[in-house]
Design a protein around this ligand. Sequence first.
Ligand code: PLP
Length: 221
Amino acid sequence: MPVNKAAYQQLIIDLQSKNVTLVAVSKAKQVQDIKALYDLGHRNFGENYVQELVEKAGQLPKDIHWHFIGHLQSNKVKSIAYFVQLIHGVDSLKLLKEINKQGQKNNRIINCLLQVHIAEEETKFGLDEKEVNLIMNEFANLGMENVKIIGLMGIASFIEDMNKVRMEFRYLRTIFNKLAPLAIAHSPFTILSMGMSADYKIAIEEGSNMVRIGSLIFGER
Ligand SMILES: *Cc1c(COP(=O)(O)O)cnc(C)c1O
């Protein structure tokens, strides 16, 4: 299925007027589809799998900002550390330490978001509020210089009940708001990554400033 350029154009106008960054989720999509969107001026793309990301990044222009939005295993960090723009799904101190180590090796500061579990489904990765606070505190004391936590990410439940989805986003926004003033001391804490094709409008109403959208632009997977 080709890229839906009309949907993209409309989306980008809407999001820009609200100062929301669009991460175009290109998982399972062809390199030429990504290139088509790139040629329209798009630069932020998101991928879920390390190997797929590395392969695509190697075949596409170097000025693309690649977002890793999947679950990252510590042993895979080194494969993406030299180019990744933002890692959305960080959910342990162990992973942060490894990202810091690989950032050091590559002489870069790698930006990360902590993933918070907001959905009712059991299977989703992520932290609860207590764990987020714990990690933020420990992180502040460790003085890691090559990794920064610049915000939070969450995935809402896949359900029909959009009011429930809204409450999940609202909850994440509340945690974000509580952390923002504390976090300024060691890094900017400004990114709230929430919202996908089905629920991005609600996410933005609830304070999202970064949405991750795939099927609306690239078609169903
Ligand atoms: C696949 C995926 C998206 C995009 O989903 P769509 O419904 O296609 O917009 C966003 N975020 C994450 C974490 C994903 O895995």
